[in-house]
Design a protein around this ligand. Sequence first.
Ligand code: PRP
Length: 181
Amino acid sequence: MATVPYEDLEVLYTRQQIAARVAEMGAEITRDLKGEKLVMVGVLKGAAPFLADLARTVDVDATFDFVATSSYGKGLRSSGAVKLIKDLDEPIEGKNVLVVEDILDTGLTLAYLRKLLLQQRPKTLRIAALLDKPSRRIEKIEADYVGFSIPNLFVIGYGMDYAERYRNLPDICLMTPDHPE
Ligand code: PRP
Protein backbone atom coordinates (compact mmCIF):
# COMPACT_ATOMS: atom_id res chain seq x y z
CA MET A 1 0.00 0.00 0.00
CA ALA A 2 1.33 3.42 -0.89
CA THR A 3 2.11 5.81 1.91
CA VAL A 4 -1.01 7.70 2.95
CA PRO A 5 -0.22 11.09 4.44
CA TYR A 6 -1.60 11.25 7.95
CA GLU A 7 -3.71 14.30 7.12
CA ASP A 8 -5.54 12.34 4.39
CA LEU A 9 -6.71 9.56 6.69
CA GLU A 10 -10.31 9.51 7.83
CA VAL A 11 -10.60 9.74 11.61
CA LEU A 12 -12.94 7.30 13.35
CA TYR A 13 -12.19 8.38 16.94
CA THR A 14 -10.23 11.49 17.81
CA ARG A 15 -7.59 11.53 20.53
CA GLN A 16 -10.05 13.50 22.68
CA GLN A 17 -12.79 10.90 22.24
CA ILE A 18 -10.31 8.13 23.01
CA ALA A 19 -9.04 9.89 26.13
CA ALA A 20 -12.58 10.47 27.41
CA ARG A 21 -13.62 6.85 26.89
CA VAL A 22 -10.37 5.49 28.35
CA ALA A 23 -10.95 7.61 31.47
CA GLU A 24 -14.44 6.12 31.83
CA MET A 25 -13.02 2.62 31.50
CA GLY A 26 -10.35 3.44 34.08
CA ALA A 27 -12.99 4.69 36.51
CA GLU A 28 -14.99 1.49 36.07
CA ILE A 29 -11.89 -0.66 36.65
CA THR A 30 -11.01 1.41 39.72
CA ARG A 31 -14.48 0.81 41.16
CA ASP A 32 -14.23 -2.93 40.53
CA LEU A 33 -10.75 -3.32 42.01
CA LYS A 34 -10.67 -0.67 44.74
CA GLY A 35 -8.20 -1.68 47.48
CA GLU A 36 -6.89 -4.63 45.47
CA LYS A 37 -3.61 -5.10 43.67
CA LEU A 38 -3.71 -5.47 39.91
CA VAL A 39 -1.40 -6.88 37.23
CA MET A 40 -2.06 -5.20 33.90
CA VAL A 41 -1.01 -7.53 31.09
CA GLY A 42 -0.54 -5.80 27.75
CA VAL A 43 -0.68 -7.83 24.55
CA LEU A 44 2.12 -6.56 22.34
CA LYS A 45 2.41 -4.65 20.21
CA GLY A 46 -0.92 -3.00 19.51
CA ALA A 47 -2.03 -2.56 23.12
CA ALA A 48 1.00 -0.50 24.19
CA PRO A 49 -0.54 3.01 23.84
CA PHE A 50 -3.86 1.88 25.33
CA LEU A 51 -2.16 0.25 28.31
CA ALA A 52 -0.06 3.34 28.92
CA ASP A 53 -3.11 5.60 28.90
CA LEU A 54 -5.50 3.27 30.72
CA ALA A 55 -2.99 2.59 33.50
CA ARG A 56 -2.80 6.29 34.29
CA THR A 57 -6.56 6.49 34.76
CA VAL A 58 -6.75 3.45 37.05
CA ASP A 59 -6.45 4.39 40.73
CA VAL A 60 -5.26 1.06 42.13
CA ASP A 61 -1.89 -0.44 43.04
CA ALA A 62 -0.90 -1.78 39.62
CA THR A 63 2.08 -3.47 37.98
CA PHE A 64 2.70 -4.13 34.29
CA ASP A 65 3.57 -7.29 32.42
CA PHE A 66 3.48 -8.09 28.71
CA VAL A 67 2.81 -11.03 26.46
CA ALA A 68 3.09 -11.35 22.69
CA THR A 69 1.33 -13.77 20.39
CA SER A 70 1.76 -14.73 16.80
CA SER A 71 -1.00 -15.95 14.51
CA TYR A 72 1.07 -17.24 11.56
CA GLY A 73 -0.15 -14.27 9.50
CA LYS A 74 -3.59 -12.75 9.27
CA GLY A 75 -4.64 -14.98 6.36
CA LEU A 76 -4.37 -18.12 8.43
CA ARG A 77 -6.01 -16.64 11.47
CA SER A 78 -9.20 -18.65 11.08
CA SER A 79 -7.10 -21.79 11.52
CA GLY A 80 -6.89 -20.76 15.17
CA ALA A 81 -3.12 -21.19 15.09
CA VAL A 82 -2.14 -18.68 17.76
CA LYS A 83 1.10 -19.22 19.64
CA LEU A 84 2.86 -17.42 22.45
CA ILE A 85 6.08 -15.69 21.44
CA LYS A 86 6.66 -13.78 24.69
CA ASP A 87 5.50 -15.09 28.05
CA LEU A 88 4.80 -13.20 31.29
CA ASP A 89 7.84 -12.19 33.32
CA GLU A 90 6.20 -12.96 36.68
CA PRO A 91 3.77 -15.67 37.85
CA ILE A 92 0.15 -14.53 38.27
CA GLU A 93 -1.14 -17.21 40.64
CA GLY A 94 -3.51 -15.64 43.18
CA LYS A 95 -3.35 -12.22 41.52
CA ASN A 96 -5.93 -9.93 39.95
CA VAL A 97 -5.12 -9.82 36.25
CA LEU A 98 -6.40 -7.41 33.63
CA VAL A 99 -5.53 -8.36 30.06
CA VAL A 100 -5.30 -5.18 27.99
CA GLU A 101 -5.96 -5.41 24.25
CA ASP A 102 -6.33 -2.80 21.55
CA ILE A 103 -8.90 -4.84 19.60
CA LEU A 104 -11.04 -7.91 20.06
CA ASP A 105 -11.72 -9.27 16.58
CA THR A 106 -12.18 -13.01 15.91
CA GLY A 107 -11.42 -13.65 19.58
CA LEU A 108 -8.82 -16.28 18.73
CA THR A 109 -5.98 -14.39 20.43
CA LEU A 110 -7.86 -13.65 23.65
CA ALA A 111 -9.46 -17.10 23.85
CA TYR A 112 -5.99 -18.62 23.59
CA LEU A 113 -4.52 -16.21 26.13
CA ARG A 114 -7.39 -16.60 28.58
CA LYS A 115 -7.01 -20.38 28.59
CA LEU A 116 -3.24 -20.08 29.03
CA LEU A 117 -3.42 -17.51 31.84
CA LEU A 118 -6.19 -19.37 33.71
CA GLN A 119 -3.87 -22.37 33.96
CA GLN A 120 -1.85 -20.27 36.43
CA ARG A 121 -4.90 -19.84 38.70
CA PRO A 122 -5.08 -16.06 39.03
CA LYS A 123 -7.48 -14.70 41.67
CA THR A 124 -9.42 -12.88 38.95
CA LEU A 125 -8.96 -12.51 35.21
CA ARG A 126 -10.59 -9.64 33.38
CA ILE A 127 -10.23 -8.28 29.86
CA ALA A 128 -10.18 -4.67 28.69
CA ALA A 129 -10.44 -4.10 24.93
CA LEU A 130 -10.47 -0.61 23.51
CA LEU A 131 -12.25 -1.76 20.35
CA ASP A 132 -14.60 -4.68 19.84
CA LYS A 133 -15.74 -6.08 16.47
CA PRO A 134 -18.48 -8.49 17.56
CA SER A 135 -19.48 -9.31 13.96
CA ARG A 136 -16.09 -10.95 13.38
CA ARG A 137 -16.17 -13.30 16.36
CA ILE A 138 -15.15 -16.94 15.90
CA GLU A 139 -14.41 -17.78 19.54
CA LYS A 140 -17.05 -17.19 22.20
CA ILE A 141 -15.36 -14.51 24.27
CA GLU A 142 -16.31 -11.06 25.51
CA ALA A 143 -14.30 -8.32 27.17
CA ASP A 144 -15.30 -7.10 30.64
CA TYR A 145 -14.54 -3.52 29.61
CA VAL A 146 -15.04 -2.31 26.02
CA GLY A 147 -14.17 1.16 24.77
CA PHE A 148 -16.02 1.21 21.47
CA SER A 149 -17.97 -1.48 19.64
CA ILE A 150 -17.43 -1.08 15.89
CA PRO A 151 -18.47 -2.71 12.62
CA ASN A 152 -15.94 -4.56 10.48
CA LEU A 153 -13.72 -1.61 9.56
CA PHE A 154 -9.96 -1.66 8.96
CA VAL A 155 -8.69 0.54 11.75
CA ILE A 156 -5.20 1.92 12.25
CA GLY A 157 -3.54 4.25 14.74
CA TYR A 158 -3.33 4.39 18.54
CA GLY A 159 -1.26 1.20 18.46
CA MET A 160 -2.97 -0.49 15.54
CA ASP A 161 -1.03 -1.07 12.37
CA TYR A 162 -1.13 -1.73 8.68
CA ALA A 163 2.03 -3.72 7.88
CA GLU A 164 3.55 -2.38 11.12
CA ARG A 165 2.96 1.26 10.18
CA TYR A 166 0.59 3.90 11.58
CA ARG A 167 0.83 2.64 15.18
CA ASN A 168 1.95 6.10 16.29
CA LEU A 169 -1.12 7.96 15.00
CA PRO A 170 -2.75 9.65 18.01
CA ASP A 171 -6.25 9.17 16.54
CA ILE A 172 -7.94 5.94 15.46
CA CYS A 173 -8.29 6.17 11.68
CA LEU A 174 -9.75 4.17 8.83
CA MET A 175 -7.74 2.50 6.12
CA THR A 176 -10.25 3.06 3.34
CA PRO A 177 -10.48 1.67 -0.22
CA ASP A 178 -9.69 5.24 -1.36
CA HIS A 179 -6.12 4.41 -0.48
CA PRO A 180 -5.40 1.33 -2.60
CA GLU A 181 -2.06 -0.42 -2.94
C1 PRP B 1 -4.19 -7.79 16.88
C2 PRP B 1 -4.72 -7.25 18.20
C3 PRP B 1 -5.10 -8.49 18.93
C4 PRP B 1 -5.54 -9.42 17.82
C5 PRP B 1 -7.03 -9.46 17.78
O1 PRP B 1 -2.89 -8.18 17.07
O2 PRP B 1 -3.74 -6.52 18.88
O3 PRP B 1 -4.01 -9.06 19.64
O4 PRP B 1 -5.03 -8.91 16.60
O5 PRP B 1 -7.46 -10.28 16.76
P1 PRP B 1 -8.28 -11.61 17.01
O6 PRP B 1 -9.39 -11.31 17.98
O7 PRP B 1 -8.80 -11.92 15.62
O8 PRP B 1 -7.35 -12.67 17.50
P2 PRP B 1 -1.88 -8.54 15.90
O9 PRP B 1 -1.77 -10.03 15.79
O10 PRP B 1 -2.24 -7.80 14.65
O11 PRP B 1 -0.50 -8.04 16.51
P3 PRP B 1 -0.06 -6.56 16.96
O12 PRP B 1 -0.77 -6.25 18.25
O13 PRP B 1 1.41 -6.67 17.13
O14 PRP B 1 -0.46 -5.61 15.85
